[in-house]
Design a protein. Structure first.
Length: 430
């Protein structure tokens, strides 16, 4: 099924010509309207008018999350706030979130991308779609919401959490499609099993899972346990939100080349890599007005192919995300940087310098445990330790937006590192 067949199946040569044209327009827009880009280009001694087309892309400097943080909240924007119709945000490194903004046209392009994607994996206007991604500042809920409505599907905007209600709504409103994180789907499956419900009481036929790393094995487990067809959805808040999915061939994630220009680079050297080579995904946005991104380093490791898909779509595809090039971890769908945790801990006088972050899956849900050494062993009353653990957990929650179990331990008990400290131990099987 195609949402916009003439675009989705356009000849590769035409697509490249379109990208070429849109790239030049983007550079002019960014240079003229964003003080951030003007400064960046001047520093790199690049005149956007000298960029002749796609072949000159490697001459342009990269942008990355740090740039968004440094220009918090809207310093990278290329339109006045009066043209911004919506903001979203995701976690930053030290408390301040990274803020993204959209013009009316940006929202239209985002919705269009996701409509194409949803249609490509078989969602139609006859579907009833339960959206169990979080609504609010996170892009998952509202992103899916607008696209599903545009597609003509019936939306159940339940947001994440409250599993009992999810299951009852799914059954009573006869949801056919669910959109949530893969770990939450597994949690729902456990809940159904443990509480005497049965998937056969529902009409659920497919799920669209992403926002966190998962694997082919997890896809198989979800499909086996629930009897539904599971699809991968990728996107980031900076690029807009959820944007790209697999089609029914399940042979990679289709990127919409008329909206986004992709490269894969070696994360160490910044050199462009070829088809099939594994590296960091870099994206240049070809239509975004409010927050145009030029050679944006996503931090996500994948590979790409330009081979036409057997579904007939000609746009490039990327493989399942294989990891991160930085230390970002995703806990219950929330992006967490270890530096955020350190920032909170080091402001607490009773806390020492050493801590460890353990990640586990308990009943299919992520659990983050932070073991922290006390500065000295002067706190020995159990009630005082418990009080301090509770207050640290609350401080962390307010910054990270996700709960962590805090365990205070005696000075000298946490492992010391001679080289680079490896404070994150990820024991989750994804
Ligand atoms: O997670 C947008 C989204 C919402 C995607 C709903 C899919 C579904 P952020 O919060 O900015 O945006 O986090 C983006 O999440 O750089 C990846 O590291 C990770 N991620 C997103 N989708 C996948 C996926 C949303 N399918 C970051 N597989 C990205 C692996 C994913 N990682």
């Amino acid at each position: 099924m195609f949402w916009n067949p003439s675009i989705e199946k356009m000849p590769v040569q035409d697509l490249k010509e379109m990208q070429d044209r849109k790239l030049k327009a983007l550079l002019h827009h960014a240079y003229t309207n964003s003080s951030f880009y003007r400064k960046r280009f001047k520093e790199a001694e690049i005149n956007p008018w000298d960029i002749k087309g796609l072949e000159d892309l490697p001459k342009l400097p990269f942008t990355q999350k740090q740039d968004l943080r440094d220009s918090y909240p809207t310093g990278m924007f290329a339109v006045p706030t009066s043209q911004v119709v919506r903001f979203h945000a995701s976690s930053g490194t030290t408390g301040k979130p990274t803020v993204v903004g959209y013009t009316e046209n940006d929202i239209r392009c985002w919705v269009d991308s996701l409509c194409r994607a949803l249609n490509s994996c078989g969602v139609t206007n006859n579907d009833i779609m339960q959206i169990a991604y979080g609504y609010g500042l996170f892009t998952g809920g509202l992103g899916f919401h607008y696209a599903a409505e545009k597609l003509g599907a019936s939306v159940i905007p339940v947001s994440a959490g409250n599993t009992q209600r999810q299951v009852e709504l799914m059954r009573d409103l006869k949801a056919t499609v669910i959109a949530c994180t893969p770990s939450y789907m597994l949690y729902i499956a456990d809940f159904i099993q443990e509480n005497g419900y049965d998937f056969s009481e529902t009409l659920l036929r497919m799920g669209i899972f992403g926002a966190e790393p998962w694997s082919e094995e997890t896809r198989k487990r979800i499909e086996d346990r629930t009897g539904i067809d599971a699809y991968d959805v990728y996107g980031t808040s900076e690029l807009s939100g959820p944007l790209f999915t697999e089609c029914t061939e399940k042979a990679g994630i289709h990127i919409w080349g008329d909206y986004f220009l992709i490269e894969i680079i070696d994360p160490e050297t910044g050199e462009q890599l070829g088809e099939g080579e594994r590296g960091e995904l870099v994206v240049t946005t070809l239509s975004k007005e409010a927050l145009p991104l030029i050679r944006w380093r996503t931090g996500d490791i994948t590979s790409f192919t330009e081979e036409k898909c057997s579904c007939g779509r000609t746009h490039p595809r990327i493989s399942r995300i294989m990891g991160r090039s930085d230390d970002m971890i995703i806990v219950r769908g929330v992006n967490v940087f270890p530096s955020q945790i350190e920032h909170v801990l080091m402001q607490i006088p009773d806390v020492g310098e050493h801590y460890m972050i353990y990640l586990d899956r308990e009943k299919e849900l992520d659990v983050m445990t932070i073991q922290i050494e006390l500065k000295d062993a002067t706190i020995d009353r159990v009630s005082d330790v418990l009080k301090l653990e509770k207050s640290i957990a609350e401080k962390l929650k307010s910054v990270l937006n996700v709960w962590a179990k805090v365990e205070l331990v005696n000075p000298g008990t946490i492992q010391r590192f001679e080289g680079k400290a490896k404070r994150v131990v990820d024991r989750r099987k994804i």
